[in-house]
Design a protein around this ligand. Structure first.
Ligand SMILES: Cc1cc2nc3c(=O)[nH]c(=O)nc-3n(C[C@H](O)[C@H](O)[C@H](O)COP(=O)(O)O)c2cc1C
Ligand code: SF4
Length: 690
């Protein structure tokens, strides 16, 4: 297939100072939970994106000095020459595919607790460190001089490592340069405080220092958040956000503009649509002649073209779209638009980074596995036998198993009990705010429909005998899981009295269209999205709702997906009553008894019904029935049966997709005891006891 000419504009080169990007696709900086801790995994992940056509490939934020130590986060570091080789590995991987490598340098200020370095954190003014009971000290003039020197040293080391572009960072409140700009942080009375001219002095100096040192060979980029979405208390794009770009318009070689803080920039699809940042940044090109890049979870090529043609931006910035589909540019270039694996905006990628572990992606099960398992987002090894494969269940695990096994060349049959495909993804995408999750199904169904070696049977519930009669050589059982009714879960390990009543419901009932009588209690002992989403659904169905959680805030795990405060705000705005830190004592026909988790104090809530969001039970009856007939496997030609996805271990959708992919990758293999390569810390020379 060839490229549609209307997308030609996306493949024009863009000059960034002395270097030239081969097209308009710019992977903006993003952490990945690998960084310096799993450097080969990080480098391979970046290399695959370069192969997929992104012209600029950025690092994550790279801290430049022990006074900016964000241990235990697994991000980048460039404190000395010792750190150059692992970053050079990334540059090599990027250059191998003709892309430019960008490094984003930072000093995190009040976000650097210095747990490892034990230095006293620094900030424009005295200020508590975020999340810790100690404080930053106000930087004096010699600290500012030192900081400029560290930044400059890092720029020079970045050049040695092979980077083509350096990014001076004032993007998310996560760098001193940005923190100096904000009056709520900067209380200084010297030439670095007070007027706007003074507050941007440091940012200007960093850019000028970098240009003086490497400006003839490296591009120097400014990443700057034009608005913080906090009104007059913060940066505003119609006020100082604009003035700063006007004042510094021609100083960097490119402007990379966004909104701050991180949860506003990487907002989930539950709370914002593709392109949500456009209105904040559209002024930038009016005030600078330098190229402009911006973000907004862009996955639609038409939208990208329109942004360029309207003169809003010159380059398409993307973090999550490039994670979900590292080959997005290549697919546009090759006229394979329908093959794009669109980001669903769930922020599981963020959650793993926040949990200091190698990045995962719901849509892209190969993310983070490029080096350690040798998995590639677009290539998969051909089949090694003529085995036929039967997959029972077409949810996220079953669909991915079918797609990937078929891409390997196996003959695959996919049987689904329901009339519709997608399993939980289809059902959950009908809940408020979750419609984008249907993309998990859409991508896979589309791919499967392109292949002649997959047959799908919908509305086809199989029993063990039928599976045996079918005569497949390999079977995957992907029959999912259902929510428990009895309250069993993290807090309660025995059934709660009264949960056998007719007024007790589960999220499955709600997804089946049941609207329980109000007032309804939604009891959330799971703490991810389901409790708040079900509460929202019932409230918009007109019910009085009380959301009871065993945690101290609503949907607490959504802290990891950067959504928690938005979730809690929405619940409050909808008029849903919130009860935190309570467990269930008893369910009655018109009252629910709750007990405080700290004091044990009991209180009653008037409620006609309750929805239990506690834990799930695997739907594995078919698996066990099949295994009970294991002695007949030989006659039936059946060599292996595996459970995958929620049927094996109920989890998040990303885990189901991963398990489905793994099933296909491991067909006809004996998986190793440790099924991936590990990278161990190199031992220092000359070890001696003190
Ligand atoms: C997992 C993840 C990690 C990120 N880490 C960084 C970072 O280290 N530095 C940075 O400037 N922005 C970081 N960002 C923000 C992105 O660069 C980007 O501005 C934001 O995600 C919006 O773009 P998108 O909608 O294309 O994802 C990160 C985003 C994600 C999803
Ligand atoms: S994890 Fe979710 S938000 Fe992140 S890139 Fe993948 S699909 Fe997008």
């Amino acid at each position: 297939m060839t490229r549609d000419p209307r997308y030609d504009v996306l493949f024009e080169p863009v000059k960034i100072g002395p270097v030239t990007a081969r097209n308009r696709f710019y992977q903006v900086p993003h952490c990945n939970g690998m960084g310096r801790t799993f450097p080969s995994s990080m480098a391979a992940m970046r290399g695959v994106k370069a192969e997929g056509g992104w012209a600029v490939i950025s690092t994550e934020q790279i801290d430049i000095h022990p006074t900016s130590d964000i241990t235990p986060a697994s991000e980048g570091r460039l404190w000395s020459d010792q750190d150059v080789p692992y970053l050079a590995r990334m540059c090599d991987a990027v250059h191998e595919h003709g892309s430019l490598a960008l490094i984003e340098l930072t000093h995190n200020g009040k976000f650097a607790p210095n747990l490892y370095s034990r230095d006293v954190p620094m900030f424009p003014s005295h200020m508590p460190v975020i999340g810790y009971p100690w404080q930053c000290r106000a930087m004096d003039k010699s600290d500012i001089r030192d900081y400029r020197r560290w930044h400059l040293d890092a720029v020079k080391r970045a050049k040695t490592a092979g980077f083509d572009i350096v990014c001076c960072y004032a993007g998310h409140n996560l760098s001193l340069a940005g923190q100096f700009m904000l009056p709520r942080y900067n209380k200084r009375t010297d030439e670095y405080g007070g007027s706007l001219e003074n507050r941007i002095r440091l940012f200007r100096e960093l850019i000028a220092d970098a240009k003086d040192a490497v400006g003839d060979t490296m591009g120097v980029v400014a990443r700057f958040a034009v608005d913080e979405l906090r009104g007059a208390e913060g940066m505003e794009f119609e006020k100082e956000g604009r003035e700063i770009i006007e004042m510094m318009a021609e100083e960097p070689d490119l402007w990379d503009v966004n909104v701050s803080e991180w949860e506003n920039d990487s907002v989930t699809s539950r709370f914002a649509e593709e392109g949500f940042q456009e209105s904040f940044i559209s002024f930038v090109k009016e005030v600078t002649t330098k190229p402009v890049v911006a973000v907004g979870r862009y996955t639609s090529p038409d939208r990208m073209v329109s942004l360029v043609n309207k003169g809003v931006i010159d380059m398409i910035g993307a973090a999550r779209p490039s994670i979900a589909d590292p080959f997005l540019p290549k697919k546009i270039e090759e006229g394979r638009i329908e093959d794009i694996r669109e980001c669903i905006g769930c922020n599981i990628c963020v959650a793993w980074d926040i949990n200091k572990s190698p990045m995962r992606c719901t849509q892209n099960p190969t993310k983070g596995e490029e080096w350690r398992k040798g998995w590639h987002p677009e290539r998969i090894a051909p089949k090694t036998s003529d085995d036929s494969i039967l997959i029972v269940g077409a949810g996220p695990a079953g669909l991915e198993a079918a797609r990937a096994a078929a891409e390997r060349g196996y003959n695959v049959t996919l049987a689904e009990a329901r009339e519709e495909l997608g399993g939980r993804v289809t059902r959950e995408s009908n809940l408020p705010g979750l419609s984008a999750w249907g993309r998990v199904r859409d991508y896979r169904v589309h791919r499967i429909q392109q292949m002649a070696n997959v047959e799908i049977f919908q509305g086809s519930k199989l029993d063990a005998e039928q599976v045996l009669e079918f005569g497949a050589n390999q079977v995957a059982i992907a029959t999912g899981a259902h929510w428990r009714r009895d309250g069993y879960g993290g807090t309660h390990q025995f059934p709660i009295p009264g949960t056998d009543g007719a007024n007790v419901f589960t999220p499955d009932d709600v997804m089946d269209g049941v609207v329980p009588d109000g007032p309804v209690v939604v009891f959330d002992d799971e703490h991810y999205y389901m409790g708040s989403v079900v509460a929202e659904k019932l409230r918009t169905d007109g019910r009085e709702v009380v959301l009871v959680t065993t945690d101290s805030k609503v949907s607490s795990w959504t802290d990891a997906t950067l959504e928690q405060h938005r979730v809690q705000a929405r619940v409050i705005e909808l008029g849903i009553e919130i009860v935190t830190s309570h467990k269930l004592d008893k369910v009655g026909s018109d009252t629910i008894e709750l007990a405080c988790l700290y004091s044990g104090q009991v209180r009653s809530v008037d409620a006609a019904s309750i929805v239990m969001v506690t834990s799930r039970v695997p739907d594995d009856a078919l698996f066990h029935a099949l295994m009970a007939q294991e002695q007949q496997f030989g006659d039936a030609g059946l060599q292996g049966v595996k459970r995958i996805g929620d049927c094996y271990g109920p989890s998040i959708i990303a885990a189901a997709v991963y398990e489905g992919h793994r099933f296909a990758q491991e067909l006809n293999t004996e998986p190793a005891e440790i099924p991936f390569r590990r990278e161990l810390t190199g031992l220092s020379e000359g070890f001696a006891l003190p």
